[in-house]
Ligand binder design. Structure first.
Ligand SMILES: [Zn+2]
Length: 238
């Protein structure tokens, strides 16, 4: 169930699409704060939350819609990534709610840290301190940018496609699926290109009964490549 250009049949994978659509809730929660459900805890799959965490970066304005601890406002990354030990010392309730505006007022972010920090944690804290000192908020609204789409706005298509990033591409997909051939021929070719036809080599791999040589020419092992390209049939047996 992959897109056509990645070697699939173009049928939508409903599980992956559900993750992509759940990211839309997170996006609206971030960008449309006037909605009544903004403060509700939206149930989202971890894969959806992970996508949202890497797909959105923030340009700071007044700091009212940017979360200090988890949003990507710090050189395109988040405090969670930059100072994980400091992040772990903050109660989850505060991490989920403390905005940039709150955090910078009287250094509220420092007050949110509970318990002692190890020396590595203290180093992270000092680095973070330096970064935060340089931050100046202004009167404009925060700007959240969806990095996976050229327009910078969420789209279910870009979210869905991002789950297939890094997949091997299927180069001949256009020539194959856009051709005028009947569907059964296209599906056969698709199987042949992907080496999914039940020829002898494939049967052998799975320990199933198979002929030792190609039944048509009796010269070589039976593979898709051989059958379609090099098999001479009976004329080959001389
Ligand atoms: Zn043959």
């Amino acid at each position: 169930m992959r897109p056509l250009d990645l070697g699939g049949l173009g049928i939508i994978n409903l599980e992956v699409m559900a993750w992509a659509l759940q990211a839309r809730w997170q996006w609206h929660k971030k960008t449309r704060v006037d909605r009544p459900w903004t403060d509700l805890e939206l149930p989202s799959h971890p894969n959806s939350l992970a996508l949202f965490a890497i797909a959105v970066k923030t340009e700071l304005g007044n700091g009212n819609t940017t979360l200090f601890w988890s949003d990507n406002w710090l050189h395109g990354t988040s405090v969670e990534n930059l100072a994980p030990l400091v992040f772990a010392s903050v109660p989850p309730r505060i991490r989920k709610r403390q905005t940039m505006a709150d955090a910078l007022t009287n250094n509220g972010w420092v007050a949110a840290i509970r318990g002692g920090l190890s020396w590595v944690g203290i180093r992270e804290f000092l680095k973070l301190w330096d970064c935060v000192q340089g931050i100046v908020l202004n009167e404009q609204e925060d700007r959240h940018i969806w990095k996976l789409d050229a327009k910078g706005c969420y789209s279910s298509k870009s979210a869905y496609r991002s789950y297939f990033l890094g997949s091997v591409t299927f180069e001949p997909w256009k020539r194959l699926w856009k051709s005028w051939a009947p569907n059964k021929c296209k599906v056969f070719l698709w199987l042949a290109i992907r080496n999914r036809c039940w020829t002898a080599d494939r049967l052998a791999k799975r320990g199933l009964p198979h002929p030792d040589r190609c039944p048509l020419c009796d010269q070589e092992g039976e593979t898709v490549q051989h059958l379609l390209v090099s098999c001479g049939g009976k004329t080959g047996v001389v």
